[in-house]
Design a protein around this ligand. Sequence first.
Ligand code: UGA
Length: 440
Amino acid sequence: MQIGVIGAGYVGLVTAAVFADLGNDVVCHDRDESRIRMLQQGEMPFYEPGLQEMVTRNMRDRRLRFTTRVDEMVDFARVIFIAVGTPADSDGDTDLSQVKSAARAIGQHMKEYKIIVNKSTAPVGTGDLVRQIIAAHQPQPVPFDVVSNPEFLREGSAIQDMLNPDRIVIGAPSRQVAMAVMELYAPLGRPILVTDVQTAEIIKYASNAFLALKISFINAIADLCEATQADIEMVARGIGLDHRIGPHFLRAGLGYGGSCFPKDVQSLIHTARRYRVDDGLFVAAHRINRVRVERFVHRMDHVLNGLDGKAIGVWGLSFKPDTDDLRESRAVELVQRLLDAGATVQVYDPVAVPRARTVLGDTVVYCTNAYEAAQDVDALAIATEWREFRQVDFDRLRQRMRQPIIFDGRNMYDPERMARMGFYYYSIGRPMVSPERAAG
Ligand code: UGA
């Protein structure tokens, strides 16, 4: 099949690469010239495991190419995926300007029947809007159909998620149109759910909001555990073993970040209000998440007797492991709050430092390894659970620190072990431990 993709961001690029890898001919368009030039030279605009190899292989085999010319892409493709950004506007509603401009461009250049598939996360009703914009911009009326096919991939495991989704949702205006899109996904052999367009649009928001809700739920329970000396990790296991609840997305910590959950929960709140539906549940998830880092820093401030003039090491900057994405990163918020409180901050992240320089500038010291970030600090804070932080030489770490105090925002270690290794260890929703307590 001849496929076009508008947008060479996470979703667009992964979609283009995977469909090419499945044997389709794919043209990926982005209006950002420097991004397209980079891609044409085989360089990725962001870090995503496995993507570079897949893109390079398919470019070499001439199944995948990149262009800044939207007319060329529209001419070529029978099915066009819209995978552009849908950021939040200043009051948290969804900014659809990129979706609208993609629809305009498709309309202007369409000369024969096409299926337009929206993959961008956009509120219910966007499919209709895209249809109207295309129709309004066609020089001559040409038939077309608009489909909603939400994407559920996660950064850091995007390729695997796209090849192996739990389900594929296709919201189409008719069975026949759904079948054409289903054909593209058939080689994956995964469950496919066919719905109408607005149902598919809501499935995307309901999925993300439900996961965000699970995280805020476990964080609210973590606060209760902290107040009562209970252990959130055991509570999460205790409830997660009930198969009706399930064990996933119950990791307490600094809360959710990234380019999806914070924005999608906010967008859902706007949609609920627009349709005069109760938004209380979503507002609560957002409120609980918003205060996680503030609460964490407050605790650091209390334990360290003020943060002004203190040296703090921070491990992790990306919003989660295996990505260099800093959007809505709780780790970056943590660093900023520490700086605001007068601390000096030295940071380490396995991949996100180059990007962090553009956000944090020279307000922090960038370190080249985890131990360096702990050199002479009054305390170390862990903000992102990178795998390499699991296997730490704790003796070496302790000797580097001015005081052996760790604030773990991602519950990476067993508290008893940390106490035995000589640390004062504060984690989320678990009792604090100290070397004295271990000795006693
Ligand atoms: C999320 C969804 O998981 C994907 O299914 C969806 O396709 C994507 O949004 C999207 O809409 O594009 P992503 O933002 O890449 O994917 O990252 P997640 O792995 O879901 O993590 C989101 C945030 O939740 C991270 O900050 C993570 O640290 C946090 N989290 C996750 C927790 O705090 N606790 C958990 O138990 C799980």
